[in-house]
Design a protein. Sequence first.
Length: 285
Amino acid sequence: MRSIHRAAWPEALHDPSGQRGMSDRSGLEQSANRTTGRGLTMVIDKGLGRHSFTDLLETAGGYIDCIKFGFGTAPLYPTDILLSKIELAKRYNLTIMPGGTLLEAAIQQKVVPAFFNTVCRLGFNGIEVSDGTIEVSRTQRTELIREGVKQGLRVVTEYGKKLSGSLIDANSLALTVEEDLAEGAELVTVEARESGKGVGLFDERGDCSEDVLESITRMLGDCSRIMWETPLKQQQVLMLQTFGSDVNLGNIPPSDVLSLETLRRGLRSDTFHFGETVVPFLYMI
Ligand SMILES: C=C(OP(=O)(O)O)C(=O)O
Ligand SMILES: O=S([O-])[O-]
Protein backbone atom coordinates (compact mmCIF):
# COMPACT_ATOMS: atom_id res chain seq x y z
CA MET A 1 0.00 0.00 0.00
CA ARG A 2 2.72 2.42 0.92
CA SER A 3 4.36 3.10 -2.41
CA ILE A 4 1.15 4.34 -3.94
CA HIS A 5 0.70 6.85 -1.15
CA ARG A 6 4.08 8.25 -1.94
CA ALA A 7 3.26 8.45 -5.60
CA ALA A 8 0.03 10.19 -4.76
CA TRP A 9 1.30 12.95 -2.49
CA PRO A 10 5.04 12.89 -2.71
CA GLU A 11 6.04 15.99 -0.77
CA ALA A 12 3.86 15.03 2.13
CA LEU A 13 5.43 11.66 2.58
CA HIS A 14 9.00 12.09 1.45
CA ASP A 15 9.96 14.14 4.47
CA PRO A 16 12.90 12.16 5.84
CA SER A 17 11.89 13.11 9.38
CA GLY A 18 9.00 10.77 8.85
CA GLN A 19 6.63 13.51 9.89
CA ARG A 20 4.39 14.69 7.17
CA GLY A 21 4.39 18.39 7.64
CA MET A 22 6.79 21.17 8.38
CA SER A 23 8.69 20.56 11.56
CA ASP A 24 10.89 22.62 13.78
CA ARG A 25 11.72 19.66 15.93
CA SER A 26 15.27 18.77 16.80
CA GLY A 27 16.89 15.79 15.15
CA LEU A 28 16.39 13.69 18.23
CA GLU A 29 12.75 14.57 18.46
CA GLN A 30 12.34 13.85 14.80
CA SER A 31 13.73 10.40 15.30
CA ALA A 32 10.72 9.80 17.50
CA ASN A 33 8.65 10.06 14.38
CA ARG A 34 8.18 7.78 11.47
CA THR A 35 10.87 6.99 8.99
CA THR A 36 8.60 5.60 6.34
CA GLY A 37 5.33 6.80 4.90
CA ARG A 38 2.11 5.71 6.55
CA GLY A 39 -1.46 6.11 5.69
CA LEU A 40 -2.73 9.58 4.96
CA THR A 41 -4.73 11.47 7.54
CA MET A 42 -7.29 14.03 6.42
CA VAL A 43 -8.76 16.37 9.02
CA ILE A 44 -12.17 18.00 8.73
CA ASP A 45 -12.03 21.58 9.95
CA LYS A 46 -15.51 22.95 10.59
CA GLY A 47 -14.40 26.47 11.40
CA LEU A 48 -11.35 26.66 13.62
CA GLY A 49 -10.12 30.15 14.31
CA ARG A 50 -6.61 31.24 13.47
CA HIS A 51 -5.24 30.43 16.91
CA SER A 52 -6.82 26.99 17.17
CA PHE A 53 -5.65 26.19 13.66
CA THR A 54 -2.12 27.30 14.46
CA ASP A 55 -2.21 25.23 17.63
CA LEU A 56 -3.40 22.20 15.70
CA LEU A 57 -0.58 22.47 13.18
CA GLU A 58 2.11 23.23 15.74
CA THR A 59 1.06 20.28 17.83
CA ALA A 60 -0.03 17.69 15.32
CA GLY A 61 0.83 19.01 11.86
CA GLY A 62 3.36 16.23 11.43
CA TYR A 63 0.58 13.68 11.51
CA ILE A 64 -1.76 15.38 9.07
CA ASP A 65 -1.61 15.21 5.28
CA CYS A 66 -4.71 17.05 4.25
CA ILE A 67 -7.19 19.47 5.78
CA LYS A 68 -10.65 19.98 4.38
CA PHE A 69 -12.62 23.09 5.29
CA GLY A 70 -15.84 21.15 5.68
CA PHE A 71 -18.94 21.73 3.54
CA GLY A 72 -19.43 25.39 2.67
CA THR A 73 -17.49 26.88 5.58
CA ALA A 74 -14.72 28.42 3.45
CA PRO A 75 -16.71 31.48 2.21
CA LEU A 76 -17.87 32.30 5.73
CA TYR A 77 -14.49 33.29 7.11
CA PRO A 78 -13.19 36.84 7.13
CA THR A 79 -10.95 36.78 4.06
CA ASP A 80 -7.72 37.52 5.92
CA ILE A 81 -8.31 34.61 8.27
CA LEU A 82 -9.14 32.24 5.43
CA LEU A 83 -6.00 33.29 3.56
CA SER A 84 -3.81 32.91 6.62
CA LYS A 85 -5.15 29.41 7.35
CA ILE A 86 -4.55 28.30 3.78
CA GLU A 87 -1.06 29.78 3.83
CA LEU A 88 -0.19 28.15 7.13
CA ALA A 89 -1.40 24.74 5.97
CA LYS A 90 0.81 25.03 2.90
CA ARG A 91 3.79 25.97 5.05
CA TYR A 92 3.27 22.61 6.69
CA ASN A 93 3.21 20.97 3.25
CA LEU A 94 -0.40 19.94 3.64
CA THR A 95 -3.09 19.60 1.06
CA ILE A 96 -5.76 22.18 1.84
CA MET A 97 -9.13 22.03 0.14
CA PRO A 98 -12.69 23.29 0.46
CA GLY A 99 -15.48 20.80 1.11
CA GLY A 100 -17.01 18.95 -1.79
CA THR A 101 -20.39 20.44 -0.96
CA LEU A 102 -19.09 23.90 -1.87
CA LEU A 103 -18.23 22.69 -5.36
CA GLU A 104 -21.64 21.02 -5.55
CA ALA A 105 -23.23 24.39 -4.71
CA ALA A 106 -21.16 26.00 -7.47
CA ILE A 107 -22.37 23.35 -9.92
CA GLN A 108 -25.96 23.92 -8.90
CA GLN A 109 -25.56 27.68 -9.25
CA LYS A 110 -23.70 27.33 -12.56
CA VAL A 111 -20.58 29.16 -11.42
CA VAL A 112 -18.01 26.39 -11.75
CA PRO A 113 -15.39 28.40 -13.72
CA ALA A 114 -15.54 31.19 -11.12
CA PHE A 115 -15.27 28.57 -8.38
CA PHE A 116 -12.01 27.21 -9.81
CA ASN A 117 -10.73 30.72 -10.30
CA THR A 118 -11.40 31.65 -6.69
CA VAL A 119 -10.04 28.39 -5.28
CA CYS A 120 -6.78 29.08 -7.09
CA ARG A 121 -6.65 32.78 -6.18
CA LEU A 122 -7.18 31.97 -2.51
CA GLY A 123 -4.28 29.56 -2.68
CA PHE A 124 -6.00 26.23 -2.06
CA ASN A 125 -3.90 23.40 -3.48
CA GLY A 126 -6.64 20.79 -3.59
CA ILE A 127 -10.31 20.28 -4.27
CA GLU A 128 -12.83 17.61 -3.50
CA VAL A 129 -15.15 16.54 -6.30
CA SER A 130 -18.24 14.94 -4.84
CA ASP A 131 -21.88 14.25 -5.56
CA GLY A 132 -23.07 13.71 -2.02
CA THR A 133 -26.02 16.06 -2.30
CA ILE A 134 -26.69 16.62 -5.99
CA GLU A 135 -26.52 14.41 -9.06
CA VAL A 136 -23.36 14.85 -11.11
CA SER A 137 -23.09 12.93 -14.37
CA ARG A 138 -20.03 10.85 -15.16
CA THR A 139 -19.18 13.29 -17.93
CA GLN A 140 -19.33 16.27 -15.62
CA ARG A 141 -17.38 14.46 -12.89
CA THR A 142 -14.65 13.74 -15.41
CA GLU A 143 -14.61 17.37 -16.57
CA LEU A 144 -14.28 18.59 -12.97
CA ILE A 145 -11.42 16.21 -12.22
CA ARG A 146 -9.64 17.23 -15.42
CA GLU A 147 -10.17 20.92 -14.73
CA GLY A 148 -8.74 20.54 -11.22
CA VAL A 149 -5.68 18.77 -12.59
CA LYS A 150 -5.32 21.40 -15.30
CA GLN A 151 -5.36 24.13 -12.65
CA GLY A 152 -2.56 22.34 -10.79
CA LEU A 153 -4.79 21.24 -7.92
CA ARG A 154 -4.70 17.89 -6.19
CA VAL A 155 -8.01 16.28 -6.87
CA VAL A 156 -9.67 14.07 -4.29
CA THR A 157 -12.99 12.63 -5.30
CA GLU A 158 -15.67 11.35 -3.04
CA TYR A 159 -17.97 8.41 -3.52
CA GLY A 160 -21.31 8.21 -1.77
CA LYS A 161 -24.47 10.09 -0.97
CA LYS A 162 -25.13 12.06 2.18
CA LEU A 163 -28.76 11.03 2.41
CA SER A 164 -29.41 9.14 5.63
CA GLY A 165 -29.49 5.38 5.06
CA SER A 166 -27.74 5.58 1.68
CA LEU A 167 -25.66 2.51 1.09
CA ILE A 168 -22.50 1.91 -0.85
CA ASP A 169 -22.68 -0.25 -3.90
CA ALA A 170 -19.39 -2.12 -4.25
CA ASN A 171 -19.66 -2.42 -8.04
CA SER A 172 -20.33 1.20 -8.68
CA LEU A 173 -17.66 2.25 -6.18
CA ALA A 174 -15.10 0.08 -7.97
CA LEU A 175 -16.06 1.55 -11.32
CA THR A 176 -15.96 5.10 -9.99
CA VAL A 177 -12.56 4.55 -8.40
CA GLU A 178 -11.16 3.18 -11.63
CA GLU A 179 -12.48 6.06 -13.70
CA ASP A 180 -11.65 8.83 -11.21
CA LEU A 181 -8.06 7.67 -10.81
CA ALA A 182 -7.65 7.27 -14.56
CA GLU A 183 -8.82 10.87 -15.02
CA GLY A 184 -6.23 12.19 -12.57
CA ALA A 185 -7.79 12.03 -9.12
CA GLU A 186 -5.22 11.13 -6.50
CA LEU A 187 -7.53 9.54 -3.98
CA VAL A 188 -11.15 8.51 -3.71
CA THR A 189 -12.83 9.22 -0.39
CA VAL A 190 -15.67 7.02 0.82
CA GLU A 191 -18.47 9.16 2.27
CA ALA A 192 -19.32 8.98 5.94
CA ARG A 193 -20.12 12.66 6.51
CA GLU A 194 -18.92 14.52 9.54
CA SER A 195 -21.06 12.37 11.83
CA GLY A 196 -20.03 8.89 10.65
CA LYS A 197 -23.58 7.73 11.39
CA GLY A 198 -26.36 6.42 9.19
CA VAL A 199 -24.46 6.82 5.95
CA GLY A 200 -22.39 4.66 3.63
CA LEU A 201 -20.72 1.85 5.51
CA PHE A 202 -22.06 2.92 8.86
CA ASP A 203 -25.36 2.43 10.68
CA GLU A 204 -27.10 4.84 13.01
CA ARG A 205 -24.69 3.96 15.81
CA GLY A 206 -21.66 4.35 13.59
CA ASP A 207 -21.07 0.60 13.37
CA CYS A 208 -19.74 -0.71 10.11
CA SER A 209 -21.52 -3.16 7.88
CA GLU A 210 -18.66 -5.61 7.67
CA ASP A 211 -20.34 -7.54 4.83
CA VAL A 212 -20.40 -4.42 2.71
CA LEU A 213 -16.80 -3.60 3.64
CA GLU A 214 -15.76 -7.09 2.70
CA SER A 215 -17.50 -6.97 -0.66
CA ILE A 216 -15.93 -3.58 -1.35
CA THR A 217 -12.43 -4.77 -0.54
CA ARG A 218 -12.98 -7.92 -2.61
CA MET A 219 -14.20 -5.85 -5.52
CA LEU A 220 -11.48 -3.20 -5.26
CA GLY A 221 -8.53 -5.44 -4.48
CA ASP A 222 -6.03 -2.65 -3.89
CA CYS A 223 -7.49 -0.09 -1.48
CA SER A 224 -4.35 2.01 -1.22
CA ARG A 225 -5.88 4.99 -3.00
CA ILE A 226 -9.08 4.90 -1.04
CA MET A 227 -9.55 7.25 1.88
CA TRP A 228 -12.11 6.02 4.35
CA GLU A 229 -14.03 8.72 6.12
CA THR A 230 -13.96 7.56 9.72
CA PRO A 231 -14.80 10.37 12.13
CA LEU A 232 -15.41 7.99 15.02
CA LYS A 233 -12.78 6.06 16.94
CA GLN A 234 -14.50 2.69 16.55
CA GLN A 235 -14.37 3.23 12.76
CA GLN A 236 -10.70 4.19 12.79
CA VAL A 237 -9.89 1.08 14.82
CA LEU A 238 -11.83 -1.16 12.46
CA MET A 239 -10.07 0.21 9.37
CA LEU A 240 -6.66 -0.04 11.02
CA GLN A 241 -7.40 -3.63 12.07
CA THR A 242 -8.65 -4.46 8.58
CA PHE A 243 -6.06 -2.71 6.40
CA GLY A 244 -3.13 -2.03 8.71
CA SER A 245 -1.53 1.16 9.97
CA ASP A 246 -1.06 2.62 6.51
CA VAL A 247 -4.75 2.88 5.73
CA ASN A 248 -5.88 6.38 4.62
CA LEU A 249 -8.39 7.91 7.02
CA GLY A 250 -10.43 11.05 6.54
CA ASN A 251 -12.88 13.37 8.31
CA ILE A 252 -10.78 13.09 11.44
CA PRO A 253 -11.81 15.72 13.99
CA PRO A 254 -8.96 18.13 14.77
CA SER A 255 -8.93 17.06 18.41
CA ASP A 256 -8.35 13.42 17.45
CA VAL A 257 -5.23 13.66 15.32
CA LEU A 258 -2.77 12.58 17.98
CA SER A 259 -5.03 9.89 19.35
CA LEU A 260 -5.44 8.49 15.82
CA GLU A 261 -1.68 8.49 15.50
CA THR A 262 -1.38 6.42 18.68
CA LEU A 263 -3.75 3.93 17.07
CA ARG A 264 -1.64 3.84 13.91
CA ARG A 265 1.46 3.17 15.98
CA GLY A 266 0.06 0.62 18.42
CA LEU A 267 0.43 3.01 21.33
CA ARG A 268 -3.15 2.54 22.43
CA SER A 269 -4.85 -0.55 23.74
CA ASP A 270 -7.03 -1.15 20.67
CA THR A 271 -4.07 -1.69 18.35
CA PHE A 272 -1.42 -2.49 20.92
CA HIS A 273 -0.30 -5.47 18.88
CA PHE A 274 1.01 -3.09 16.17
CA GLY A 275 3.73 -2.66 18.79
CA GLU A 276 5.75 0.38 17.83
CA THR A 277 8.81 0.94 20.00
CA VAL A 278 8.61 3.53 22.76
CA VAL A 279 12.37 3.98 22.74
CA PRO A 280 12.27 7.44 21.06
CA PHE A 281 10.24 8.68 24.00
CA LEU A 282 13.07 7.76 26.32
CA TYR A 283 15.35 10.16 24.47
CA MET A 284 13.02 13.14 24.16
CA ILE A 285 15.06 15.32 26.48
C1 LIG B 1 -17.78 16.63 5.37
C2 LIG B 1 -18.14 16.33 4.15
O1 LIG B 1 -18.70 17.20 3.35
P1 LIG B 1 -17.89 18.18 2.47
O2 LIG B 1 -17.06 17.38 1.55
O3 LIG B 1 -18.89 18.97 1.81
O4 LIG B 1 -17.03 18.94 3.41
C3 LIG B 1 -17.95 15.01 3.58
O5 LIG B 1 -18.39 14.80 2.45
O6 LIG B 1 -17.36 14.18 4.22
O1 LIG C 1 -22.48 17.40 5.56
S1 LIG C 1 -21.58 16.44 6.05
O2 LIG C 1 -21.64 16.04 7.38
O3 LIG C 1 -20.77 15.75 5.15
